[in-house]
Write a protein that binds this ligand. Structure first.
Ligand SMILES: Nc1ncnc2c1ncn2[C@@H]1O[C@H](COP(=O)(O)OP(=O)(O)OP(=O)(O)O)[C@@H](O)[C@H]1O
Ligand SMILES: [Mg+2]
Length: 246
């Protein structure tokens, strides 16, 4: 359903993406791993055009776009079908939990407040935050904030969820509650791309692992292929250093 071909991107004179190829099927749960600074976040952002590649193409079902000939309608169509969860929680501080979840439904999808509220309540139930619906972000823990962000992303019913290190700014004791929600989302059949340093989690929930290194996809395979028999020395070295932290 999603295919990225030969994506290149540079910031100034720094080439960050050097020709990334990635193909995702409906229902895939793909974890993207790799050293810091290799372009994982940038790659996720290219999908919704928050980062702007200099060349390459994206195909999202029937929508196709060449990044050298950007087409606003195509960008908009792809944005409407993807939702991103950031490391730094994407919630508005001046809105309650339920208002945060309703916001894209009312503002982007032009739903009535009643309809938006009904959907928001369902999504809050899904992430275990029904009781906190009228709290403000300042009254929540990091785990609750991130679950609000996930409910907000899910509420628009995207075809693909993009998670960028959703647990990396959480205290260790709060990581589990957020991973549980992501696992539920992934096992519901939602196509998901997840950038993570949680190796064990990636191995458990993904059907594919993509190893990025220096702006390219350096390995792509099943969790067993990637974790149990890494083919390249760089990958083996990366896995050893990650596992040493866990
Ligand atoms: N907006 C920007 N302007 C300039 N340089 C940027 C910008 N965003 C990212 N970079 C640079 O691009 C490179 C790739 O960054 P990116 O955030 O994609 O890496 P990453 O793989 O997600 O790393 P991490 O694991 O630390 O999150 C880095 O060298 C970073 O400094
Ligand atoms: Mg990153």
């Amino acid at each position: 359903m999603l295919e990225l071909k030969d994506i290149k991107l540079s910031y100034g004179s720094t080439q960050v993406l050097n020709g990334v190829n990635l193909s995702v099927k409906r229902g895939d749960v793909v974890s993207i791993i790799g050293p810091s600074g290799t372009g994982k976040t940038t790659l996720l952002k290219c999908i919704n055009y928050l980062a702007k590649p200099t060349s390459g193409t994206i195909t999202f079902d029937k929508v196709q776009m060449d990044y050298q000939r950007v087409d606003k309608t195509a960008v908009q169509a792809i944005r409407l079908r993807t939702a991103m969860v950031f490391q730094q929680f994407n919630v508005f501080k001046n809105m309650t939990v339920i208002e945060n979840v309703m916001d894209p439904l009312v503002v982007v999808q032009r739903k009535s407040k009643d309809e938006a509220r009904a959907i928001a309540l369902q999504e809050l139930e899904r992430v275990g935050l029904t009781a906190k619906r009228d709290s403000y972000p300042s009254q929540l823990s990091g785990g609750q904030l991130q679950r609000t962000g996930i409910a907000r992303a899910l509420a628009v019913q995207p075809d693909v969820m993009l998670f960028d290190e959703p647990t990396s700014s959480l205290d260790p004791e709060l990581v589990g509650e957020v991973l549980k929600v992501i696992k539920d989302v992934a096992s519901s059949g939602m196509t998901s791309l997840l950038v993570t340093h949680e190796m064990q989690f990636a191995k458990n929930i993904s059907n594919r692992i993509v190893f990025m290194d220096r702006g390219v996809v350096a390995a792509d395979g099943s969790p067993t292929e990637i974790f149990d028999s890494p083919t390249s020395p760089r990958l083996a070295q990366f896995l050893n250093s990650e596992l040493a932290f866990q």
